[in-house]
Design a protein around this ligand. Structure first.
Ligand code: ADP
Ligand code: MG
Length: 240
């Protein structure tokens, strides 16, 4: 059973169609990366999976269950955005606890245990009492990732989480995300980027999107060595 299955998924904003019949099966624990040029529909596809946008055609299943009409909370997913949207008036600890309080069935002790565990994994244990303004960009993004981890999502979505970081931090945080994937081996990760290097280094499989359509799906090495067409070859940077 696929973790996430898309069948002929479409999205239109009014009369403008931006996703045209996407078919895709993502297995449990897989690290999938959506790549493609700006405006090709990567964020829209991720937001559809998250339930932040309505699907206008086709079927979306998570764990074998059709979730077209399910709310984000009912889908068992967590999402990390490009801009680390932390609450400025709450400490790191409070930021991480806040989302958890919204989930039913986590008591105070359970919340604390999950927050400590996430903080340990991301090495932010020393900043739990600080306000976001007292953190660097990289530290804030780690808190945003930590906040998502505490919710123990079945599916973890990232939309260009590194694009606001400087080059050195981007490499470091990318390595941390790869480490996270190893530690959370049952968690399906779907990651959006327009950066080929990120895609090649993180992905089990890459989905190349172009103008709302899938051009090719394959492992990094497959796409590099056997691109289906010139668009994929150029985008991935294969030898001509
Ligand atoms: P990407 O993340 O690949 O850069 P997006 O998914 O953000 O691309 O956008 C895909 C297309 O959908 C773009 O043409 C964009 O202008 C359009 N689009 C995205 N969100 C909306 C919206 N809320 N209303 C209308 N058009 C939108
Ligand atoms: Mg985007």
């Amino acid at each position: 059973m696929a973790s996430v299955k898309l069948t002929k998924v479409e999205k239109a904003f009014g009369a403008v169609k931006v996703l045209h019949g996407i078919d895709l099966q993502i297995e449990e624990g897989e690290f999938i990366v959506f790549v493609g040029p700006s405006g090709c529909g990567k964020s829209t596809l991720l937001r559809l999976i998250a339930g932040l946008e309505d699907i206008t055609g086709g079927t979306l299943e998570i764990d074998g269950r059709t979730v077209n009409d399910k709310s984000p909370k009912e889908r068992g997913i967590a999402m990390v955005f490009q801009s680390y949207a932390l609450y400025p008036h709450m400490t790191v600890y409070e930021n991480m606890a806040f989302g958890l309080k919204l989930d039913k069935g986590t008591g105070k002790d359970e919340r604390e245990a999950r927050i400590r565990e996430a903080a340990r994994i991301l090495q932010i244990e020393d900043y739990l009492d600080r306000l976001p303004k007292a953190l660097s960009g990289g530290q804030r993004q780690r808190v945003a990732i930590g906040r998502a981890i505490t919710r123990k999502p079945k599916v973890f979505l990232f939309d260009e989480p590194l694009s606001n970081l400087d080059a050195a931090l981007r490499v470091q945080t990318r390595i941390e995300i790869a480490g996270l994937h190893e530690k959370m081996s049952d968690t399906t990760m779907i990651y959006v980027t327009h950066d080929q290097v990120e895609a090649m280094t993180l992905a089990d499989r890459i989905v190349v999107l172009n103008k709302g359509r899938v051009e090719q799906v394959g492992s990094p090495i497959d796409l590099y060595e056997r691109p289906d067409n010139l668009f994929v070859a150029r985008f991935i940077g294969s030898p001509a």
